[in-house]
Write a protein that binds this ligand. Structure first.
Ligand code: WQD
Length: 344
């Protein structure tokens, strides 16, 4: 088992991944500045993790842009850090358009200062959180990793730039890098103890639906029903956050077992796009709660459809998403119902 650094480990995907890695027996240092996450998420992870896990998790409050914080994190483990999972970053498309410098600073600058710290501490292995939005506004599906990546907003631009920076370290310094392009992660751990905790009114479809189901919001606003899709509403490739968390553990194993330089760039999705109305119906079936909605005009910046080819991930990692849309709805609702105010 390895000692690993997990940046952004208290966030939505990070917390679920920390749990999976503790279950696999690894020793972890989590570095998080809690800018968009809560330390309570990690307390909850410890409730769910094996009994000996408290000896295998250290939490450092700090920022990936700060060399001192990074050095503290690298020195916190009992053994030298063998690999990093780098979640820490900003992830809201609209915010990235309004505050581009923040995105270049945190997402690219943060990855650069992390890479420098890795160099100082003799670690050249990283699993990087990337995004399906690097494909811009694609028209051909399913999306393959070698298809063009013309990102259309600073969020995607900074993620793609960080992918490219890490790829350069594979070439120049024999690093081992996995860039994982997430499609739309949703749902929660089936216990309902950890899940997604957005600030304020959610931007994303799933948390919006669960808050309508809880009575916190009156009705869903469906952004556009005139897209060139099956029923006219936007289609996305939703995957269960536990499938995504498990993919990180498999990607880490793949890199740890690999001798010499390695670079893999993989889509993580199910390969099945679902429309907004299909998600609403699946949620209603899974929970028995009806979701009132109204159709509004398209949301600026939305693309009609995103759908992964999951074949590279299956070939390279032997990983496929296995949980159904119904499970995503059931588990997301269990989390929302038990935690109406998130971690507060
Ligand atoms: C999905 C579909 C909307 C809300 C994702 C990530 C985001 C970012 C980019 C990740 C679309 C429709 C939504 C609502 C709706 N970063 N919708 N009513 O846009 O694919 O964004 O990629 O890398 O964080 O989530 O996801 O959940 O916002 O929207 O009708 O209230 O639902 O138009 O078709 P999106 P989403």
């Amino acid at each position: 088992m390895a000692s690993l650094l997990i940046t952004g480990g208290a966030g939505f995907i990070g917390s679920h991944t920390v749990l999976v890695l503790l279950e696999a027996g690894h020793e972890l240092v989590v570095l998080d500045n809690f800018a968009n996450s809560s330390p309570i998420a990690l307390d909850r992870v410890m409730e769910l993790a094996p009994a000996d896990a408290s000896k295998r998790l250290q939490v450092i409050e700090g920022d990936v842009r700060c060399a001192e914080d990074l050095d503290r994190a690298f020195c916190a483990a009992s053994a030298s850090i063998a690999g990093v999972v780098h979640f820490a970053g900003r992830k809201a498309v609209r915010e990235s358009v309004e505050q581009p410098l923040l995105y270049w600073d945190v997402n690219l600058g943060g990855t650069r200062s992390l890479a420098e710290a890795m160099g100082r501490h003799g670690c050249g292995l990283v699993v990087f959180s990337s995004t399906a939005t690097v494909y811009g506004e694609p028209e051909v599906f399913p999306l393959l990793e070698e298809m063009p990546t013309p990102p259309v907003h600073p969020y995607a631009q900074t993620k793609l730039a960080a992918e490219q920076m890490l790829a350069a370290l594979v070439r120049s310094q024999d690093w081992r890098v996995a860039s994982l392009r997430y499609f739309n992660p949703v749902g929660a751990h089936p216990s309902g103890r950890i899940g997604e905790d957005p600030n304020g009114i959610p931007n994303n479809l799933f948390p919006y639906i669960t808050q309508v189901a809880a009575g916190r919001l009156e009705r869903l606003r469906v952004f556009g029903d005139d897209y060139p899709t099956r029923d006219g509403t936007g289609e996305r490739d939703y995957l269960h956050v536990m499938d995504l968390a498990e993919a990180h553990a498999v990607a880490l194993d793949h890199l740890l077992q690999h001798q010499g330089a390695a670079q893999v760039t993989l889509n993580l999705g199910t390969g099945h796009a679902r429309s907004v109305l299909e998600v609403v119906q699946a949620f209603e079936r899974a929970t028995g709660i009806s979701i009132p909605y109204e159709v509004l005009p398209r949301r600026a910046g939305d693309v009609p459809k995103l759908e992964a080819s999951p074949e590279s991930a299956a070939q390279v990692l032997g990983w496929r998403a296995s949980r159904s849309l119904e499970q995503m709805c059931r588990d997301g609702w269990a989390w929302q119902r038990a935690n109406p105010n998130g971690y507060q």
